[in-house]
Design a protein around this ligand. Structure first.
Ligand SMILES: Nc1ncnc2c1ncn2[C@@H]1O[C@H](COP(=O)(O)OP(=O)(O)OP(=O)(O)O)[C@@H](O)[C@H]1O
Ligand SMILES: [Mg+2]
Length: 353
């Protein structure tokens, strides 16, 4: 790290943008509809291969254009890497150092991108799939072969489910499912214990109460996966799908003595989700020297002055490059030594350092 430069062409309202990124913190200010979130979305795309607002990359192409392109120059241990993500009629294209990249994982490894944005309360109140994705993305960055283990598990699970649907001997898949499933489970369990340690103090700092997490494996507590699979075989056959395993796992989040899905406000949900992202950055930083890049879209939205102040204080100590947006400087006064940009109608207008 860090990401030094971002170039954007025909991406939403951004026709052509050249943005030098500060190695510590960059502020983007501008009125509603100026293109602040779009800028963050473009950076996010470089390390994730997708937007945090839509699953359809064609929607990101500027109206009236045929394609968009986003480039990033990343300095890693004195070597500059060039990352590119574009979309044309042929679909999404990924490039790394002048060559086509076969998948997003190569770009993602170089540029771990985190985001805190107004709709991320879905991580708390949405279904377990959101939390599994959050978890898996974290494990992917700290465990080299995790992606291939996950893919193997999903492939075997698909084959077992097909056998269940067609009544063609699902038991023959059990051994390989157990083996891959336990590998996924162990990697996740280890990661969650790291994440739980990194969370210590964050709940108090952001919400005045301890924030804790635990991993629910996807089968009954105290049971071995093998026993759970055996016990579930009747149900699996009746439903035609495997009912236990890491694909049913969840992250259990609690604030003080309560589970967070039942009774916390929108603003609190945002702070809890932010706490999880910040803990993830701490884990990354301890495993790989840097925490990656954190994009914070409109932190003032839904937060009162003291909560916003608490969040910014934690960000000040965070081992990650940061890009923050807000409507006005008065809402989010820029810290010294950081870069400040103003965006209006899709154009980066001015810069003060
Ligand atoms: N594919 C597209 N082509 C052209 N313009 C688009 C496209 N998609 C979105 N826009 C426009 O881009 C503009 C900027 O949106 P963006 O969400 O980035 O603004 P913002 O600065 O984050 O505003 P807010 O403060 O309201 O969050 C919007 O006016 C939107 O209509
Ligand atoms: Mg916005």
């Amino acid at each position: 790290m860090p990401l030094n430069q971002v170039r954007i062409h025909s991406f939403r309202c951004l026709s052509k943008v050249d943005l030098p990124v500060n190695s510590k913190r960059t502020y983007i200010f501008g009125p509603n509809g100026a293109g602040k979130t779009s800028l963050l979305e473009a950076i996010y795309l470089l390390g994730r291969g997708r937007s945090f607002r839509t699953r359809q990359s064609r929607r990101l192409i500027q109206h009236g254009q045929e394609s968009f392109a986003v480039y990033g120059a990343l300095d890693l241990g004195g070597v500059t890497h060039h990352l590119g993500v574009g979309r044309s009629a042929g679909g999404l294209e990924l490039r790394l150092d002048g060559k086509p990249a076969p998948g997003i994982s190569a770009l993602a490894r170089l540029l771990p991108v985190h985001v805190i944005e107004p709709s991320m309360h879905s991580l708390i109140e949405g279904g377990p799939k959101n939390r599994r994705q959050f978890l898996d993305w974290g494990v992917f960055h700290v465990k080299q072969d995790y992606l291939s283990v996950c893919r193997r598990y999903r492939r075997i699970l698909g084959q077992r489910n097909m056998a269940l649907k067609t009544h063609s001997g699902e038991a023959s898949w059990n051994e390989s499912l157990l083996e891959a499933g336990l590998e996924v489970d162990q990697a996740r369990s280890h990661y969650v214990s790291q994440l739980a340690n990194a969370l210590v103090g964050l709940g108090e700092a952001l919400l005045g109460r301890p924030l804790e997490i635990a991993y629910r494996k996807g089968w009954r507590k105290g049971q071995a996966f093998e026993e759970a699979l055996e016990a579930s075989s009747g149900k699996d056959s009746a439903i035609g799908a495997t009912q236990v395993g890491p694909h049913r796992a969840d992250l259990i989040i609690s604030l003080g003595t309560r589970g967070v899905r039942e009774e916390v406000s929108r603003g609190q949900q945002k702070l809890i989700a932010a706490g999880l992202v910040l803990a993830q950055i701490r884990v990354f930083a301890s495993n790989r020297d840097d925490g990656g890049i954190l994009l914070v879209d409109d932190p003032a939205a839904e937060l009162d002055k003291s909560s916003l102040g608490a969040l910014i204080s934690v960000l000040d100590e965070l081992p990650a490059q940061q890009v923050l947006t807000s409507l006005e400087e008065s809402i989010l006064p820029p810290a010294s030594g950081c870069s400040v940009f103003h965006v209006e109608q899709g154009k980066v207008l001015s810069m003060v350092q």
